[in-house]
Design a protein around this ligand. Structure first.
Ligand code: UD1
Length: 431
């Protein structure tokens, strides 16, 4: 299994391009299930999670067109995606089942539930797996679809939902849920009458999805706020949609530059969806300049520790908590980091401690006291964003850091080691 070997201590410098957003692309690809006409997406990132979603859709009868090239790596020839355009044609949708084997690696597979049910009148979706960052139930998705008139049961590990035609309803989720909001918004597009989603997630990825659905003929207002209104229509049509830049990838590179005392420019990036992250980076002492489609950062010689509390957008994102823990591990002072979204999202802390970090955990709070230096060691990636924090720590640490289980990184960071190498890092993939 591949590992990452990093020789730390080099300040990052130069320029890299940010990819399309994984968390926008996943629901968008599922939205193609809602219509018989082809939907084309550009700026689709090359990620394992995207490959998994495309396979899942293909086995439902969706025609997937993506330019690929066949390469021979050792004994195993494999298809490598070229370009960033994917066209999906769900006119031949013939299997409304998302099997366990495909769903277990990626929780976002639950996003097929709403569109499948709305379009095919039935869906069987295995309960999801994905990152090991807590229980992460899907009860809110089920509650919403039930309120829209679906009959939903959980049988042998599968959510089984049926409805001749969904009916518009007033929906209220117990907590803010991103994929829950997306699932219900997609389902409501083809429901009869008006659906109102209260306590909706305001994440930019929800807005990106709504924009695409509107381009497909949906009638949606309020996305980006906490009340979304959807007037159901009889059918949606094809469209072309460019996926928004990945704000978490952007934030991760900003953190890597900050931690290494570097100065970099990220192109194809948007600062507008990153206010909370940029604010905190400025509090560490970094200089940040937002350009039209790019962001520049210049780090001070030593960062100041910053306390954070994760919460739904527009507050500080849970998906950036681990990367900030790496920053705080080498900053001046003590930071209090509170995780309010997921109950088991400090798994990177024990690995950072192996690199010499001073971290104490008490329930959902981490106390991180910065050290002037970290020391390279062998560490293990436990989930997607945890692995990103280990990469950042490895870039700072003296000597070599070997990161195991980097398949987690391949789920969410396109060409990570190539991009970091382009910024001057000494990083390579080893067996
Ligand atoms: C999405 C993101 C993920 C991010 C998370 C929070 C995608 C593909 N993934 O995940 O990267 O970390 O938002 O910003 O967009 N919950 C329930 N019942 C439900 C649904 C959620 O109890 O039915 C709970 C979860 O366990 C969690 C909280 O609500 O504690 C928020 O989860 P949610 O926003 O749903 O996360 P995801 O949409 O899975």
């Amino acid at each position: 299994m591949d590992k990452l070997l990093i020789a730390g201590g080099i300040p990052l410098s130069g320029e890299v391009a940010i990819s399309g957003a994984k968390n926008a692309a996943l629901p968008l690809l599922c939205a193609a299930l809602l219509t018989k006409e082809p939907v084309t997406f550009t700026n689709v990132p090359h990620l394992n999670d995207i490959g998994t979603m495309l396979k899942l859709l293909a086995q439902m009868g969706v025609k997937v067109s993506r330019e690929t090239s066949r390469i021979c790596a050792g004994d195993a020839p494999k298809e490598v995606p070229l370009g960033d355009t994917v066209t999906l044609d769900a006119s031949g949708l013939n299997n409304a089942v998302a099997p366990y084997e495909m769903v277990k690696t990626m929780r976002a597979s639950i996003l097929v539930l709403g569109p499948l049910l709305a379009r095919a009148g039935e869906a069987r979706v295995s309960l999801p797996g994905g990152c090991a960052i807590g229980a992460r139930p899907v009860d809110q998705h089920i509650k919403g679809l039930t309120a829209m008139g679906a009959e939903v049961g959980v049988e042998q590990g599968y959510v089984h939902a049926r409805a001749t035609r969904l009916k518009g309803a007033r929906l209220f989720t117990d907590m803010v849920t991103v994929t829950g909001t997306e699932n219900l918004m997609m389902a409501a597009c083809l429901a009869q009458g008006e659906t109102v989603i209260e306590n909706a997630a305001r994440e930019p990825e929800v807005v990106d999805l709504a924009n695409c659905l509107v381009a497909m003929g949906a009638r949606i207002s309020g996305a980006g706020g906490d009340v979304i209104r959807i007037q159901g229509v009889d059918a949606l049509h094809g469209a072309t949609h460019r996926i928004m830049p990945d704000r978490i990838e952007t934030g991760t590179y900003l953190c890597a530059a900050a931690a290494t005392g570097g100065a970099i420019r990220l192109t194809g990036a948007s600062a507008t969806s990153l206010d909370a992250v940029i604010d905190k980076l400025m509090d560490t002492g970094c200089d940040i300049v937002a350009e039209r489609d790019a962001i520049r950062i210049k780090a001070p010689r030593r960062l100041a520790a910053v306390s954070i509390r994760t919460a739904p957008y527009p507050a500080f994102p849970t998906d950036m908590q681990a990367q900030f823990m790496a920053i705080n591990a080498v900053a001046d002072g003590t930071a209090v980091m509170r995780e309010t979204i997921f109950e088991n999202r400090f798994m990177h802390a024990v690995e950072l401690i192996r690199l010499g970090a001073d971290i104490k955990i008490d329930g959902n709070t981490a106390f991180v006291t910065g050290r002037p230096k970290l020391d390279g060691a062998t560490v293990m990636a436990t989930d997607l964003r945890a692995s990103a924090s280990l990469v950042i720590a490895g870039l700072v640490a003296q000597g070599e850091t070997l990161i195991e289980r980097i398949y987690h990184l391949d789920r969410g960071y396109e060409g990570l080691e190539k991009k970091l190498a382009a910024l001057g890092a000494d990083i390579r993939r080893v067996k």
